[in-house]
Design a protein. Structure first.
Lengths: 222, 222
């Protein structure tokens, strides 16, 4: 019982802080996108494909969160040249809004139109913590299986959009697109769903268009 | 600071309870194996291949832990016929020792030689909570990438054994066996490492032999 109360307290303090982050980003005119998925679902690879499409119109920054290693930040930097920082969580399984705020400060939002946060690879905990992002982009990779929305409900409930990744290996893994779609819809009636493959480029343009609209909408409104 | 202290308190209470679970299982003469991995790394599928090999010599039980859905317990039951229960964590990202204890009670350990706990698919949090198991079998699936031990240190540090899974798709995913081995060794000098594929059967017999020895050792000692 005590643990639950502590958790609720932590979450409510986190949610309050998320409002502050949103206010700050509204003033700064920056769209903030939170990428979440299991480990190895392809967040970094998808970003290396999306950023070149977005860069034509917008100035992009990336925050790479990991428990350890700076491999992903180097990959993004080398592949795209955009402003990137690596954040280490010191063992933590998710990004709190405080971490998110500190990372945005460390990256610097001046001169940027959009910032992507690559959250810790974890299909559970990051979904509980509002990072102050404008939208949550959740990845579901084909090798994980089309049943994951059934087993990890909250992650798919908080998704603004879902990108199914690694679609080229669907036949090898007996991944059923329709089943995946039905399972996503059981958790979330409204999320935009994209079927993508970074290797072949399938669906990447559609997802980039979706993100362009979201970024433009955020920036234009202000 | 406060949060860290709470966490330490929770973990130390959990560790105390783990001793009780070990004492109980020692009396009951049951070997307890904790399977951990990312979502969709193949824990259930590997179990359906291992259990028939183990069943020839030992009486096996399975605890399936999920946030939601009872798909995995049904799969195990149908494929192997062994005593199985589905545990739902109500959103929790890991199995505490208390949950582990309650699940063992619900399953019933009488007449069993070994119990497998399939933990929540999560490469972070389950590693922090001792379940009272005799050994931690950690799975790393090829599609996740050979770099995961670098990014998720604790999981590989607490592993008694690591099973690399889905080895048949290694060429498709540019998965380097040697790199994976080096990265595992950076986190853990002693873990036994198995390269497996449930689809082709590669490495499954070796892993089954390893588990047979561990179960026999636990049972014979008592």
């Amino acid at each position: 019982m005590k643990t639950v109360l502590i958790k609720e307290d932590i979450l409510s303090r986190n949610n309050e802080r998320a409002k502050d982050v949103r206010d700050f980003l509204k003033k700064k005119n920056v769209c903030y996108v939170n990428l979440m998925s299991s480990p190895g679902a392809g967040k970094t690879t998808l970003l290396t494909k999306l950023i070149p499409a977005l860069q034509k119109e917008f100035r992009i920054g990336v925050i790479e969160a990991d428990i350890d290693s700076d491999k992903d930040a180097l990959t993004i930097e080398r592949a795209t040249g955009v402003r990137t920082i690596q954040m280490h969580t010191g063992g933590a399984c998710h990004i709190t809004c405080q971490m998110s705020e500190e990372a945005l400060e460390a990256l610097g939002t001046d001169g940027l139109d959009a910032v992507f946060l690559e959250n810790i690879g974890n299909l559970v905990c990051p979904a509980e913590f509002d990072t102050g992002a404008d939208l949550n982009l959740v990845l579901l990779s084909v090798p994980e299986g089309d049943d994951k929305p059934l087993k990890y409900p909250l992650m798919f409930e908080v998704a603004s959009a879902v990108a199914v990744t690694k679609l080229d290996v669907a036949p090898v893994f007996d991944f059923d697109r329709e089943k995946a779609m039905n399972n996503i819809r059981k958790r979330n009636k409204n999320a935009d769903v994209f079927f993508t493959c970074a290797a072949t480029g399938e669906g990447v343009e559609e997802l980039a268009e979706y993100l362009k609209n979201k970024i433009a909408k955020k920036i234009r409104v202000l």
